[in-house]
Design a protein around this ligand. Structure first.
Ligand code: ST9
Ligand code: ZN
Ligand code: ZN
Length: 325
């Protein structure tokens, strides 16, 4: 059973656990998955070719590419990240269906697998049990972790996580069951066919720009949160952890680069204390609340944030800064 607090919040297994100690002795050998290496190389070559085709795409196709970017990005940020991994707000069935479709368009593993890997990332951050352990370097935390077998501790610790809330969510389980077909449809077929069918774009351009290029951009924007935002930026809330506040990542990842704040207060639905500032995802969730499609947004109290910043921050936070949104 999933536990709830006295405030009715769902308890989520995403708090850092400092009891875990990495095993002593040599690390297990890295086992490369060549199939993934080839597929990722082809995707990125296709995306680079897509950049060359951008000038020949019609304005409507470019607008459509942007819409597909936003929809798939929200399927990650508002969907599998803030809703399903952290349970930082509640969403009605229509909104969960919308986010699951966007999530399939983003093709980053199904919601269940993504949320399981993400909870284990927070709980055992920057250890052997973290799937994209940033202490193994930029390349590993960015893309390398998807090209090799996982460290056994990721699987061992991940299998002990509390995931009953995900198993109980019919939308999550439905998407997992039909994941491959939903990806073919949402990530590749819909982005390619719509411009061809509705405004006569060539199938060639539609495939390489709104499908492949957009997919690769969303992937890299997401991966930058694991790589760059664990390496470069200030640590105003907790200087003892590596995740950082990175504006560049925030811009590309529609509000997900406030990563020092996020690892310190993983339950906060806004992943930052600045409301809508550089945070389209928070703007989207607030709009959903306004429309009655979302509710129960959790927030770190301002006094808690200030006290924590004073106690463990690196001193870069301006005192008394006002929170907006
Ligand atoms: C992708 C994911 O790109 C991206 C995630 C980004 C995260 C970002 C987070 C930052 C915060 C949010 C910001 C968002 C910003 C968005 C901005 C948008 C503009 N616990 O996996 P296998 C079990 S995906 C427990 O094969 P291997 C598993 O169930 C890209 N158990 O491991 C299985 O058991 P069984 C597309 C676990 O063999 C067994 O272990 N996809 C766990 O080591 C084996 O599982 C790809 O590229 C766990 N955590 O292979 C595919 N994990 O057999 C990538 C696993 O019983 N995946 N298990 O079913 C793969 O090919 C493989 O997983 C592998 C590892 C090769 C990487
Ligand atoms: Zn998170
Ligand atoms: Zn992180």
């Amino acid at each position: 059973m999933t536990e709830t607090t006295s405030l009715g919040h769902t308890m989520v297994d995403d708090e850092f656990d400092d009891c875990y100690k990495e095993k002593a002795g040599p690390k297990p050998p890295m086992r490369i998955v060549w199939r993934n290496v080839v597929l990722m190389a082809l995707l990125h070559i296709g995306a680079l070719y897509g950049i060359l085709l951008v000038p020949s795409a019609s304005p409507l196709t470019l607008l459509w590419t942007w819409a597909c970017f936003l929809f798939s990005a929200l399927g990650i940020t508002a969907g599998v990240h803030r809703l399903w991994s952290h349970r930082s707000y509640k969403a009605t069935l229509p909104l969960r269906l919308f986010l699951a479709l966007g999530n399939s368009m983003a093709f980053q593993n199904d919601i269940y697998e993504w949320a399981r890997d993400h909870r284990v990332h927070h709980k055992f951050s920057e250890t052997d049990a973290d799937p994209h352990n940033a202490t193994r370097g930029f390349f590993f935390s960015h893309i390398g972790w998807l090209l090799v077998r996982k460290h056994p501790d990721v699987i061992e610790k991940g299998s002990k996580l509390e995931l009953s809330d995900l198993k109980a969510d019919k939308v999550v389980m439905f998407q997992r069951r039909f994941y491959k077909s939903s990806v073919l449809l949402m990530c590749f077929a819909v982005p390619t066919v719509v411009p061809w069918l509705f405004w006569g774009e060539s199938l060639w351009v539609s495939y390489f720009v709104p499908a492949l290029l957009r997919y690769a951009v969303v992937l890299n924007a997401s991966w930058l949160v694991n790589s760059a935002a664990h390496m470069w930026g200030n640590r105003p809330y907790d200087a003892n952890i590596n995740p950082r506040e990175n504006r560049f990542v925030t811009l590309g990842a529609i509000g997900e680069g406030f990563h020092n704040y996020h690892h310190t207060f993983p339950y906060d639905y806004s992943t930052s204390e600045f409301g809508w500032k550089l945070n389209f995802t928070s703007c989207f969730i607030d709009t959903m609340c306004f429309l009655g499609l979302a509710s129960d947004c959790k927030r770190a109290a301002r006094s808690v944030v200030q006290a924590r910043a004073q106690r463990t921050g690196d001193g870069s936070k301006k005192p008394g800064i006002q929170r907006s949104g």
